[in-house]
Write a protein that binds this ligand. Structure first.
Ligand SMILES: Cc1ncc(COP(=O)(O)O)c(C=O)c1O
Length: 306
């Protein structure tokens, strides 16, 4: 039995709900060899009376666009995939926080690198999930591996193959005792974490690398930019140097899995006082309230499951 099937009972697989054990692929699946797949990471939050999926449609739109960038067609509309996501959570009957992982990939189509006409498979799994990074904050290393440049890969796609870059970067950070990695882009400017976007605060101004810095265009990044501006903060999307990162008053990560996580130390040097900063904490609290459905203004970002 797969260890996953202890956590979830049903998976949506190629158009229908199947038993967890049934959602398997062959070892000669194209995507397993060449990384020819695209995926999403989405969270659903249980607030005691209902489960709400956060920015579901935006994630599904990104999934469809990722496939377009890699060069295959998912074969389902955004609406069908939104409905399928809700259906699979309901089928499992989850009444707790969940992580949702849709994945579309090239299946058993041979070993050719030409994916024209190859079959595409798609699954949506949801399972109970807690924190991804230490909630109190993380120690990071600017690693030697650079973020894949957008002239080599369509980095705006959340594509399976691109994640080898994140895996080796995180490996370097962990082997040296750090919690997480920060990758610079090909020019030497700050790009992002292995699975998170990066923000800094300098002289009270919030800044984050632009989409031209080979980053994944994070949905949490967009959420934070919007809520910070709504709070009256100035937010700049601009290139950030390593020196700015090392001398920032505050640094934090954003991501669906990471939510808003304070960065306490970069390359062995404390960020600010070495504790989560006030702007980080304010945004983090606001974010938690929004995902729980406690902020009327942002309720349109939530899709109720039940
Ligand atoms: C490389 C990378 N950057 C950034 C993010 C943050 O994106 P989002 O906020 O859409 O989850 C993720 C996580 O999905 C990621 O894997």
């Amino acid at each position: 039995m797969s260890v996953w099937c202890r956590k979830l009972k049903y998976i949506w697989f190629n158009g229908r709900i199947v038993e967890c054990e049934e959602a398997r692929v062959h070892v000669l699946t194209h995507a397993l060899h060449y990384g020819t797949g695209v995926f999403e990471g989405i969270r659903g939050y249980w607030n005691g009376s209902n489960l709400h999926v956060f920015r579901l449609r935006d994630h599904i739109v990104r999934l469809v666009n990722s496939a377009k960038l890699v060069g295959f067609n998912i074969g389902y509309t955004v609406e069908q995939l939104v409905d399928a996501t809700i259906e699979v959570i309901r089928a499992n009957g989850f009444r707790e926080d969940v992580y949702i992982r849709p994945i579309a990939f090239v299946g058993e189509g041979g070993i050719s690198l030409d994916i024209t006409g190859m079959p595409v498979e798609i699954a949506i799994a949801a399972f109970p999930f807690g924190k991804y990074l230490k909630a109190e904050g993380v120690r990071v290393k600017v690693v030697s591996w650079r973020r894949v440049p957008s002239f080599s890969m369509p980095v705006m796609a959340k594509a399976c193959g691109i994640y080898l870059n994140s895996v080796i970067a995180l490996r370097e950070a962990r082997l040296e005792g750090y919690d997480e990695a920060i990758l610079l882009d090909w020019r030497g400017y700050v790009a992002e974490g292995s699975g998170e976007n990066v923000f800094i605060v300098r002289r009270g101004v919030i800044a984050t690398p632009p989409t031209t810095a080979s980053i994944l265009e994070g949905i949490t990044r967009d959420t934070v930019i919007r809520i910070a501006r709504d709070e009256g903060y100035m937010v700049e999307e601009r290139d950030i140097t390593r020196e700015e990162l090392l001398t920032a008053e505050e640094v934090f990560f954003t991501g669906t899995a990471a939510e808003i996580t304070p960065v306490l130390e970069v390359d062995g040097r404390p960020v600010g006082e070495g504790k989560p900063g006030p702007i980080t904490m304010k945004l983090k609290e606001r974010y938690q309230r929004i995902v729980m459905g406690l902020e009327e203004r942002y309720k349109h970002w939530l899709t109720p499951v039940y």
